[in-house]
Design a binder for this molecule. Structure first.
Ligand SMILES: Cc1ncc(COP(=O)(O)O)c(C=O)c1O
Length: 480
């Protein structure tokens, strides 16, 4: 989870300073919990400017080595032991299958948003992490300044300034997209739904990563499609050999992938792997539906490039939203459908006509004037920190032999416990303690991952969270 600073030969002074402090932490000279010298003292000790020290501390903080504690200073962060085993990769599926998890998903989601439960189940950050007050002010101003917006249909496909802003951000991430080829949707959920409908008909097969976000499984089921699960590495994403096998032996109409911080594994494909994956798609002439909803939540310096950046012939349908970064309830998402643009536009029309312009303009105004980049930096830092604290508590409280993912972005963890632990039973027992969970069975077509659990770490750390993790770990240990 912690990244190493790879500084070039002539790195700026602050990178040099950060690197030397990182070495002291690695060697154990500066131990977890140790307070670093104040910025002023460090500047005197190392004979560098205050701003150099501040930049170095910020860099170390962003990379997870140290943390700032209000009114107290900078401290070395506790670290996960490097030898914590990661979850194992699943075996390939013999043949495509209709999905049958609906009842279970509904049961788990029924209580996921009840505020009297500790919400480990749904992958939803706490609302305190979003700039809700600022958004509310902008929303009110949009209605006040242009009330006619409320009296019109949103028949166009995207509010132009918003589409330009989304396209500009992808350009910065190394993925040029024409802004007028974006369809603004009601969340990423609608984008995925339109994308799947654009490239399949009932009875077709789509390949998915396994474990997979249960929303994909629900959508696949609702459209009468079959799913073919492709093994996915918890760190590096979908297995290329298995993808090739799947495409060679089955008539797959699309592959749904999350190349940048998948849900639930948190895996991220390297650029090289994305390029090779794209070549396989092209070789078998199959489109990809890319869910990029966690792409902006990277802990490293750079945002990973979407798979779409390699798309030379329009076969990648990029889907995403502001649901994990800014405001889940505004339901503003988008789709860059490539060669399927016209089909997706017509499906959008029949689905919801348009996405409310008032909401599109609110997001657009926030992106342009609300300090979105600053907000993204702070939310990434918060998620990174929370993932770290959750990981440590899980290792403290869960049964011996527990395996844990180590994502470099997003805010969910995948936990694999010893085989005899049944997380569906654990889920029902946890409900008695007013804790919701997302048992592993939700993330597969047919009952895999019985001993796994996805953990929502988008919750600021409190004693209640720690106590709930202790309770959950205790229940699991009782089963073990
Ligand atoms: C992988 C993934 N895609 C899509 C969504 C839904 O996004 P939205 O709220 O924008 O519809 C979620 C929400 O949990 C998700 O985890």
């Amino acid at each position: 989870m912690i990244q190493t600073l790879a500084a070039p030969a002539a790195a700026p002074l602050y990178v040099e300073l950060a690197r030397s402090l990182e070495q002291l932490i690695e060697q154990g000279t500066l131990r977890p919990g140790h307070r670093l010298p104040s910025v002023r003292r460090m500047s005197l000790q190392r004979d560098v400017s205050i701003s150099t020290v501040l930049q170095a501390y910020t860099l170390l903080e962003n990379r997870g080595w140290i943390e700032a504690r209000p009114q107290s200073g900078y401290y070395v962060r506790p670290r996960l032991p490097l030898d914590v085993p990661e979850p194992r990769m699943a075996k390939p599926m013999a043949r495509p299958s209709y999905v049958g998890v609906n009842d279970l998903t509904a049961e788990v989601l029924a209580l996921a948003f009840d505020p009297s439960y500790v919400p480990f189940g749904a992958a939803c950050p706490d609302h305190s992490l979003f700039p809700t007050k600022k958004l509310a002010r902008i929303l009110a101003a949009v209605g006040r300044n242009d009330p006619a917006l409320l009296g019109r249909y949103a028949m166009n496909w995207a509010y132009d300034p918003l589409a330009r802003e989304i396209a500009r951000r992808y350009l910065q991430a190394g993925c040029p997209l024409p802004h007028d080829e974006l369809v603004v949707t009601c969340g990423c959920t609608e984008a995925l739904n339109l994308a799947l409908r654009a490239v399949t008909k009932p009875g077709d097969t789509v390949a998915i990563e396994t474990p997979a976000y249960f929303g994909f499984l629900e959508t696949i089921q609702s459209l009468g499609l079959k799913a073919l699960e492709v093994p996915t590495d918890p760190r590096t994403g979908i297995c290329l050999d298995a993808t090739r096998e799947a495409l060679a032996h089955h008539e797959v109409k699309a592959v749904i992938v999350m190349p940048s911080f998948s849900n639930p594994l948190g895996s991220c494909m390297t650029d090289e792997k994305k390029a090779r994956f794209y070549q396989i798609l092209a070789e078998f002439d199959v489109p990809a539906i890319e869910d990029d909803v966690y792409g902006d939540l990277h802990f490293g310096e750079r945002r990973p490039k979407p798979l779409k950046a390699w798309d030379t012939d329009g076969r990648v349908i990029l889907c995403s939203s502001f649901g994990k970064t800014l405001a889940p309830s505004l339901r503003v998402g988008w789709c860059a459908p490539g060669r399927y643009l016209e089909r997706v536009r017509r499906l959008k029309f029949t689905n919801t006509l348009g996405t409310p312009v008032v909401l599109q303009k609110t997001v657009s105004d926030f992106l342009r004037n609300g300090g979105y980049d600053h907000h993204l930096r702070s939310i990434r830092r918060a998620y990174h920190h929370q993932l770290h604290l959750f990981s440590q508590a899980i290792l403290r409280h869960f049964p011996e032999g527990t395996r844990l993912s180590r994502p470099d972005g997003g805010f969910v963890l995948w936990i694999e416990m010893p085989a005899r632990i049944d997380t569906l039973r654990l889920h029902r027992e946890a409900l008695q303690h007013r804790i919701t969970t997302a048992p592993g069975a939700l993330f597969s077509v047919k009952d895999r991952y019985r001993n796994c659990l996805r953990m929502n770490c988008g919750l600021p750390w409190t004693e209640t969270i720690e106590a709930a993790l202790r309770t959950l770990g205790g229940l699991a240990k009782a089963q073990a």
